[in-house]
Design a protein around this ligand. Structure first.
Ligand SMILES: O=P(O)(O)O[C@H]1O[C@H](CO)[C@@H](O)[C@H]1O
Ligand SMILES: O=c1cc[nH]c(=O)[nH]1
Length: 294
């Protein structure tokens, strides 16, 4: 079946609608960052850069580092953008843009998010690195897809039972990271936890400037949840969407967080730039020494 013009949308030069990319522009290893300015903070460490493209907040650089081809792409903020980025990157890999048909031999992509995040546990300090072993999405993105076997239904259920937030119209979905890809970044420099992804930075992360929150003890309630000796450790805005859409498409994903805020102690990092740069260097070092990445 050929995909119609209003479903698979291409620009006049044949590139995919929002990302403005052609199939040959991307590597199978893709680092996602939120901030477009963080793209060059990653690609400045490449030995060479062959592609530099941008449309809206989606900036892409593809290059080589120690023989590995790597793409770094900015997603902007939020799982609404993740829906665009993951669907369009998969289309570049697995749909023939000329015939508009899904290819029979699928390519598996590896997504590594390098993002910032706020801890909700007092013992996860600012400037630490944290891998999201699992992610719980409160944003709703996955509810629009047939997610099949991709979700961690037990975690979802226990979370729902503990918090009882369906009365607030909050319906969680939970997805685990790709264990094999996660192993590449596992070391004593990195902590692990359950990341909570939500649809905003203020109310949806328990912040209140002038507006009153509906759930007053939002972060404290999240922080009190335990599942198989793990806790919800941090809040951000993309990971659960990336994990869900990657898994449903048959790709791998892992999310690495630079903890810039500690919401339990009220601290914010004074060295955020350095912490993010350290996480970028850590990620690239682990990537180039891994056999999983070609
Ligand atoms: O630093 P990035 O990757 O953008 O990630 C975090 O920072 C943004 C909010 O400030 C959200 O996108 C959140 O997920
Ligand atoms: O508290 C924080 C810090 C960074 N990014 C977030 O989404 N939340």
């Amino acid at each position: 079946m050929s995909l119609g013009n209003s479903e698979l949308i291409l620009n006049p030069d044949g590139s995919i609608y929002h990302l403005n990319l052609l199939p040959e522009d991307i590597a199978t290893t893709i680092i996602t960052v939120g901030d477009p300015d963080r793209v060059s903070s990653v690609s400045k460490y490449f030995d060479s850069i062959e592609v530099k493209k941008q449309k809206r907040e989606f900036r892409t650089h593809t290059g080589h580092l120690k023989g590995k081809r790597i793409t770094v792409l900015s997603t902007g903020i939020g799982t609404d953008n993740i829906d665009i980025v993951l669907n369009e990157l998969d289309a570049l890999a697995n749909i023939d843009l000329e015939t508009r048909k899904v290819k029979s031999n699928k390519i598996q992509l590896s997504f590594i998010r390098i993002g910032t995040s706020g801890s909700i546990q007092p013992n996860i300090p600012v400037d630490s690195f944290l891998m999201s072993a699992s992610a719980i999405g409160l944003d709703g993105l996955l509810h629009f897809y047939e997610s099949g076997q991709c979700t961690n239904d037990d975690l979802e259920k226990k979370f729902d039972e503990f918090l009882g937030w369906s009365s607030h119209k909050i319906h969680p979905y939970a997805v685990d990271c790709d264990k094999t890809l996660g192993d590449v970044f596992t070391s004593n420099r990195i902590r692990f936890g359950i990341t909570c992804t939500n649809s905003g930075f203020y109310g949806p992360q328990g912040r209140s400037l002038r507006l009153s929150p509906k759930i007053v003890d939002f972060n404290e309630r999240l922080a009190a949840f335990t599942y198989q000796n793990q806790r919800i450790t941090n809040l951000e805005m993309e990971t659960a969407g990336i994990y869900g859409l990657a898994k449903m498409h048959g790709h791998r994903a892992v999310s690495l967080n630079a903890i810039l805020a500690n919401r339990a102690t009220g601290e914010f990092s004074k060295a955020g730039g350095k912490t993010v740069d350290d996480l970028i260097k850590y990620t690239l070092e682990r990537l180039v020494s891994s056999d999983l990445i070609s």
